[in-house]
Design a protein around this ligand. Sequence first.
Ligand SMILES: [Zn+2]
Length: 381
Amino acid sequence: MFFAISLASAASPYQPLGRVAYLTSSFGESRGTRYHAGIDFSTDMEEGWPVIAPSDGVVEFAARGAFGYGRYIKFKAKDEHIWVFAHLAEFNKKIDDLIRKEMLKKEKASVQLSLKIRFKKGDTLAYSGSTGIGNPHLHIEYRTPDGKVALNPCKKMTCTDTIAPSVSEAAPFDSGFAVKIVDYSREPLENPMSIYSLDIYQNKKLLFGKKYDSLPFAPKEMAKIKNDLIRVEDEENIGDWHFIKAKVKANSKVLVVAKDFANNVSKTELMLKSDYLKFKAKDSVEVLLDTVPPDLGSVYFKTDFAGKLQCRIPVIDSLSGLEFNSVVFRDKNNKWIIFDYDSDPKELVIEDRDFNFSEQLSVKLCDKAKNCMERELSCNN
Ligand SMILES: [Zn+2]
């Protein structure tokens, strides 16, 4: 007699940071003109948490920049799906060596590189950080093998959410109506998130239904957010107004069934308030005249999470902001120097592995209005 015994069974769920972390942003949240195509995990305001490979696979792309994703990698998993890990403080050394070489070759602080570096499941691919953005956190995307569609990463890991969505208001709007929903995942109620699905009934008849399973990256698809999560005049602006293209009478009742990504469901019966919602006019953009060149504050030292000594140079910002691509550091032999830009607070950062702090350094930088400054400085004072 033979028994087939499965040992594959209870593998513990993937933890991208190798420990329990909580969500601060969910899949499909509004970012104004687009949806948030991934999830964010808090790293408790710390940098340097290891980012763990979800399976065997290949890091096939790495980039380093001051804005947007900051430092990030694309990892092709065994199942061909692509994982993106962003706002990293540091890459795995094999990746970092190649990126540094590329920076020196191109004399650029923003570079991207196609690679093919193999990793095993559980290996450390990189370390979490805050590059490209303010607060330290790990941004994760889970993409289809062709890279064109974002899928919800919570299908591949545990995203704890113990609080059902809360539906607070409904009102006629344009050619239909809108309902206001907020979903929190934990106490304290700090980060409002998106929901997973929405079904709306009137007199037991389904009027409308939608689900957020995937988000195509094509700009035309992302732009559909403006017809989905609408911009309205709202004093209390926490939560999303979901537009429902279905005609119902003002002052009639609808049943709103909202589900979050952890399957918490809320069922709310609401009366549509008449004459309540108004379109929100676009926020005006003020153009400021900038005639003052940027300046630099006093240099100071800091040790990063890995114990590396950093020379940090505060940027005294002009009205228009720094033009990052025009920042250049050179040593006394005119050799280009690798540096970083931190956006919060605004500081230029040089590490002592890239530059000998006892040498004089020359810096050249411009703001977006093309006011420039040049100066010699020392990381040794
Ligand atoms: Zn994010």
